[in-house]
Design a protein around this ligand. Structure first.
Ligand code: IMP
Length: 205
């Protein structure tokens, strides 16, 4: 497989994507290895748009195949917020604890059955100047006030999967990945990436 830049500095995402691809022989480079590359502007209206922008930006800047993940939480009774603002919902720089506190405060007085929400993940693969593959995954849940669980990251301690009676922070990593928005998007992405690289018959850009 060619070497691919994973265009995110979010340690939680990197951990999950590396774990889900560990058996496949994929070689990922993190953005941390490239401190001089300027950050992409993430002001798109949708996760898909931001993923596309990030993939194209970092592919162009580095000359590498680049996989970008843009993801976050949509809460129905908040009109889809925090949505594309998920990382910096409460403040800049990002602060998961402050985000979760703001989310719980925004839902004060809302009964559980109206706290429907979903995590959405958009993935985009690009090479310099060309968008190659896009996928998306969603997982539905309910937002609870009291945080539960130590796994995962971000909003996971407040994201209850009703059928399991557990938050995504209470699920072991493999269980979260099996049902998560990121897991779905990646399972759709990987065979399409493989097919692309096979068709190209090359090992790099
Ligand atoms: P990004 O890294 O700028 O795309 O920010 C995504 C934000 O969405 C993260 O900082 C989290 O707050 C949230 N998010 C995305 N995926 C997950 C997840 O799997 N669990 C919990 N929070 C997530």
């Amino acid at each position: 497989m060619p070497e691919i830049l994973l265009a995110t500095r979010n340690a939680g995402k990197i951990r999950e994507i590396r774990r889900m691809t560990a058996a496949g022989g994929w070689v990922w480079h993190g953005l941390d290895a490239l401190p001089d590359v300027p950050a992409a502007v993430e002001d798109g209206a949708t996760f898909a748009e931001n993923a596309r922008r990030k993939a194209l930006h970092y592919a162009q800047a580095t000359g590498l195949y680049t996989l970008a993940d843009d993801s976050g939480l949509e809460v129905d009774c908040l009109g889809g917020e925090p949505g594309v603002h998920s990382a910096r919902y409460a403040s800049t720089p990002r602060d998961d604890t402050a985000n979760n506190r703001k989310l719980v405060a925004a839902l004060a007085g809302v009964p559980l059955e109206r706290r429907t929400a979903r995590f959405r993940c958009a993935l985009a693969l690009a090479r310099p100047g060309e968008l190659l593959v896009e996928t998306e995954g969603v997982v539905a849940g309910l937002i609870i006030d009291e945080p539960r669980g130590d796994n995962g990251f971000g909003y996971d301690p407040h994201f209850l999967i009703p059928a399991l009676g557990r938050t995504t922070a209470e699920l072991p990593p493999d269980e979260k990945n099996a049902l998560s928005h990121r897991g779905q998007a990646l399972r759709d992405m990987l065979p399409r990436m493989e097919a692309h690289f096979q068709a190209e018959g090359q090992r790099g850009v």
